[in-house]
Ligand binder design. Sequence first.
Ligand code: ADP
Ligand code: ZN
Ligand code: ZN
Length: 735
Amino acid sequence: MAFAQIIVKLAAHQTDSVYTYRIPDGMRVPVGSMVRVPFGKGNRMLDGFVLGITQTVDGSIGRIKDIEEVSGREPVFTGRELVMAQWMSRRYDAPLSSCLALFVPRDPDKTVQIRVCARQLREPVPKDRIGTVQKSFLNVLAEHPDWSLSLLMKASGAARSSVRSLENKGIIECFEESDQTPAPLVIQRVTDPGKELNAEQKQAADRIIRAFHEGRSSKFLLYGITGSGKTEVYMNCMEQVLTAGKGAYLLVPEISLTPQLVERLARRFGDQIAVLHSRLNDTERSREWERIRRGAAKVVVGPRSALFAPMPDPGLIILDEEHESSYKSEITPRYHAREVAEEMAARGGFPLVLGSATPSCESYYQALEGQAELLRLSRRAVQDAVLPAIRLIDMRKEIASGNMTGFSGELIAAVKDRLAKNEQSILFLNRRGYSSFVSCRKCGFVLRCPACFLPYTYHKEQNLLICHHCGRAVQPVDTCPSCGSRYLRMSGMGTERIVEDLAGLFPEARIMRMDASTTSGKNGFQEAYEQIRDHQADIIVGTQMIAKGMDMPLVTLVGVISADMSLYYPDFHSTERTFQLLTQVAGRAGRGDRPGEVLIQTYEPNHYVLQSVAAHDDAEFYRQELASRETLVCPPFAHFLQILLTGREEDKVRQAAGELAGILQRESSGTDAVAVLGPAPAELGRIDNVFRWKLLLRHPEEEPLIRLGGRCLEMFRERYRDITAAADLNPVNMY
Ligand code: ADP
Ligand code: ZN
Ligand code: ZN
């Protein structure tokens, strides 16, 4: 008799447990299988993962239940993947089943497309005594030997029992045909041999490949401005890794924003690439995973989740735009792809490359400290492109001179100039919608979402007030709900409002808006980009999505409407994000043969972020930012563990937060004590009627935080079943 240790995911619980089940005779259940098992008094069927097999169990076997069925034919994870999942489960305080689920395609039955087929072994003779349906089955089979069994049965009207009796008589044989050679999604020849690397690129690639050949899990920071040829370095390294018979992962922040990159990779690697974007359906995803598992696709391109694609023999992981916050998962397990990639590289003994034009302070600091090898690309690969001139515009002076429009005289003149020269301008504002809030001029009442208590944003096109946190949308009102006055005012500006104002200023211009609302369709982003490239718009108003890596050769002016908006967000990342965003937006100007100009409007022209952006002085930004982080005791000089408590009853959440703080303080005494900050209501204290409180733990090292958090949360969760407590190691959003 054999037994399986099975981890079962219980939806209502925040943790999961291992249970023992009996393996029914004749059922093949290898470790790594996904199974259905009866659970609890009602024998509800739940999914589970098989972690181990034993021949005996402790105690009575009388109450041990049988596994109901195995999903799919192959195990869904390997031993190596189980170890990674266990590492993630501990580090990110997440149920093991939620970590394993990352390695499992959504529908394991589809991983290998199995077809049952039939073939005739001999002609029937009179003593076989076969019926008419069986004859009809044999006729259909003779005509269509390639049909699947189910199709043959449908066409002939034969039931499974008739087929089985044909089998028993030895007239036919049924066999499983697994779809071993699924058609690849892109069938392509390699058409681009790649560029010959310049000296800096070659040195970077050489060092990475040396580490690869030496089996070193070194971490590299490839730091070079947009257009300096990082992607060429990635492709060169990947090619050498492939030549050595191994595979490579190339992670990108958001695959739908990188159609050009995918095109380039396809030209270079042909059908050896597997592209895992979030819009694949289950079948498409399973097919790509199967190609990867079989070693047919050796280059995996995708967002953070692509790391979990089952590459048999990886030799390199690259994270492009490593500073992007989309590498951090905001749902359980709250992992950071950079950290998981580092662990995979360390276990596999191969290099990890982090690429960026504006590295995260954490990675930059590691390079300074020698924990990562710095590879610098100092100039644009194509020689004639020059850096744009960046100027700060002091909006305080505009206000003082009576200009309340939000557009400085200089910016308006610059746009007018581009229109006259038939060139394009980008105006950047990181806020969608028309106004940022609607308030009453008489009593000051602000229209808020009742579920989140945050101001509504007015969207003029849809004529709706929309809550950007929970998505609730309501009709606008004419009168103040509080005092009845008719004087409602829209304050603050969103992209819709900018477009409207510009249309008034430049009636002859073709103005286009590009934000999450206008590019939501399947190819929305690509289409918008093509419109810009084909010069169907003169002025493009957009949010941060226009900052992404697109070549727009006709854009010679970039205007930033308000640089201050993101600078004072209550999160220590806000300065770094503003620096990265402004640097990226500025990089949109003048990538063609015409020089670019960048105008940044601000009320704070002396801020070090703006000063260093304007001076193209990245080193100065990092120096000031790291000094400030050290003073504030923030990463990379300390680590945070944020614990977010959520529940539907405000009092209960507050009380639970207080109690958890008590447990944490009690358990963390002594010299290695962890600092416990809070509890306090989260910055967004209420989202969609769920109340949110948070606690922040801080320590110079990660390990004490992981240990303490894990131990205390276990105690806490036993006591508070209706409060969700989620731990977030070094959160990218501190609210
Ligand atoms: P990044 O990824 O740093 O933004 P890319 O690799 O996309 O830079 O390179 C920018 C442009 O320069 C691309 O058009 C690319 O083809 C070109 N390029 C890169 N390296 C070279 C090289 N060694 N020789 C010629 N052109 C190059
Ligand atoms: Zn009012
Ligand atoms: Zn809301």
